[in-house]
Design a protein around this ligand. Structure first.
Ligand code: BDR
Ligand code: CA
Length: 309
């Protein structure tokens, strides 16, 4: 698998899980501006992978801004440094000199097996990859992305942060995957907040540096939001790859809203019961993807906890 991240408190939770779980082979990590500016994202990603004991995994810097708009970060959620202001020591190694899109291309083309691509951030890098190097398509097993929602948003009432940050990129990925025949699963806000870890469970994570960082990230979120538990967030999308039986999905048509006064960046999931017959819709058929609608939250939270323990 490959992760694309904007680390990011919960991206760090995902990196710890992906770096430590024995069933996964983490081949590369690409970085994009999102929760924090891209240079902060690279630094945070290298710290999280070092904590996971995975200095062997190449990390590359990617797009520093969305395709069309100015970047907006989410420091009010993730802290001034983008990863909880924990004061964790910086990693000794540097990022790979390639641009993230080149790292993605090279890793995919060099792989004898198909690779699952897991974007946990605005999909700027992924849109650039699929438009620049469509020859990677046969090497992609599936894209499982965190973003969007069938129901309400979080960045706005309509839109989820990752898609809101770069709606054009999300729309390009949706169109390109349909054209290139790449299967897509959306792990969106309908399930994202459900797998949670309590303050007590976080405090008990002491057995390794990965465990301690994971515990500190959960505690940061509990403190910031005054809650007794916090979501593992993006790590849930990695759980969905390790343990797909914990997720209930449905294949549905979806579009990304690129206009709208108040709805830009919304993922419009068509849940009308038409048995796949879109002939009465004046817009014509929309790309169909697997949309996560329910999650076994305790199962995914335990998977994350057990892996870090
Ligand atoms: C998504 O946006 C970021 O805040 C998180 O890292 C996650 O990827 C949730 O909307
Ligand atoms: Ca993220």
């Amino acid at each position: 698998m490959i992760l694309d991240v904007d680390t990011g408190v919960d991206d760090a939770c995902a990196l710890l899980l992906a770096g430590r779980h024995p069933a996964l082979d983490l081949r590369a990590v690409s970085c994009v501006g999102g929760n924090a500016p891209v240079d902060d994202v690279v630094r945070n990603t290298l710290i999280a992978l070092h904590a996971a004991g995975r200095d062997d995994v190449p990390v590359a810097r990617g797009a520093d801004r969305p395709l069309l708009e100015a970047p907006v970060d989410a420091r009010h959620v993730h802290g001034d440094d983008g990863m909880g202001d924990l004061g964790w020591p910086p990693a000794a190694r540097r990022a790979d000199p390639r641009h993230a899109v080149e790292l993605l291309r090279d890793t995919l083309l060099a792989s004898p097996e198909r690779i699952t691509l897991i974007p946990l951030a605005p999909m700027t890098n992924i849109a650039l990859l699929l438009r620049s190097y469509p020859q990677v398509a046969p090497k992609i097993e599936r894209i499982v992305f965190m973003g969007g929602a069938a129901d309400v948003g979080n960045a706005t009432a309509s839109a989820e942060f990752n898609v809101f940050h770069d709606p054009e990129a999300a729309a390009i990925v949706l169109a390109a995957t349909a054209e290139l025949g790449i299967a897509v699963t959306m792990y969106g806000l309908d399930v994202f907040y459900a797998p949670v870890v309590s303050r007590e469970q976080a405090a008990a994570l002491t057995s390794s540096e990965a465990a301690r960082l994971g515990g500190a990230l959960i505690t940061f979120q509990c403190d910031r939001f005054g809650s007794a538990a916090a979501t593992i967030g993006d790590a849930g999308a990695v759980c969905a790859v390790i343990d797909p039986a914990g997720l209930t999905t449905r294949e549905l048509p979806m579009r990304v809203e690129l206009g709208g006064s108040w709805s830009r960046g919304r993922t419009i999931v068509d849940r009308r019961d038409w048995d796949g017959d879109m002939s009465h819709d004046p817009h014509g058929p929309a790309p169909r993807i697997e949309v996560a609608l329910e999650v076994d939250a305790a199962r995914y939270a335990n998977l994350w906890l057990e892996t870090l323990r």
